[in-house]
Ligand binder design. Structure first.
Ligand code: CA
Length: 228
């Protein structure tokens, strides 16, 4: 049975090509024009993934996302018309799995949908291990990050990003490499997602955040900090 995608978008000229491409990629696609429609369709024909526009005529996309999250862990890709919205949404932690800024390449959206759905069934992370750097310690088995002995709440992608950079300690990873390793994209796409998540890590870990910007290249964790 084909996986079902729900597009929530009031602009027909955006929704139509998205629907067409997703159908060509083998998905069953539902389209809701409003937030209320989306919540109704969620119940009637539960989707495997939702592409959710932030700016809807009735209920705000963020509110729709919150209401869906109250009862479901279905993957959600949020779409916004403005770049700085992404910072805001990530900061609010409403529980979206990914973000795209309009105008976006429809093939990129399809690539992201596929990447997320490939990952979705493997929610259990069997690989354990603990990595530390200065006052930061990240425990993969317990999915827990400690900052100077206190637990810090990280979003799943922030966690994976920090783990990946610590695992590759001393090596620079480009934004494209990080997108591929953490988000699972093979499509060279919107690398801003990486920057937004690094900003969140710095906000949450403060001066202890081990992630260093390597200008013009990407990010790394230095290999010079002694464990606390
Ligand atoms: Ca809209």
């Amino acid at each position: 049975m084909a996986e079902r995608i729900l597009i929530v978008e009031d602009e027909i000229n955006i929704a139509t090509p998205v629907k067409t491409y997703l159908e060509k990629a083998g998905f069953d696609v539902d389209h809701a024009l409003t937030g209320a429609d989306a919540l109704r369709l969620m119940e009637a024909t539960p989707p495997n993934l939702i592409v959710l526009d932030l700016n809807l005529p009735d209920i705000d996309g963020l509110e729709v996302c919150r209401r869906i999250r109250a009862s479901s862990q279905v993957p959600i890709i949020m779409v916004t018309a403005r770049d700085d919205d992404i910072d805001k949404i990530v900061g609010l932690e409403v529980g979206a799995d990914d973000y795209l800024t309009k105008p976006f390449n429809v093939r990129e959206l399809v690539a992201r949908v596929k990447a997320i759905l490939r990952r979705a069934p493997t929610t259990a992370q069997p690989i354990g291990g603990v990595l530390t750097h200065g006052g930061v310690s990240i425990d993969r088995g317990r999915h827990e990050v400690m900052l100077n002995g206190a637990v810090v709440q990280l979003a799943p992608k922030e966690f994976d990003l920090l783990w990946t950079l610590l695992e590759e300690r001393g090596n620079v990873l480009t934004r494209d490499q990080l997108l591929e390793r953490v988000w699972g994209y093979t499509f060279a796409g919107d690398t801003r997602t990486v920057d937004v998540h690094v900003r969140q890590l710095r906000r949450k870990l403060g001066d202890d955040c081990p992630v260093v910007t390597v200008w013009g290249v990407g990010y790394k964790v230095g290999d010079d900090a002694a464990p606390a």
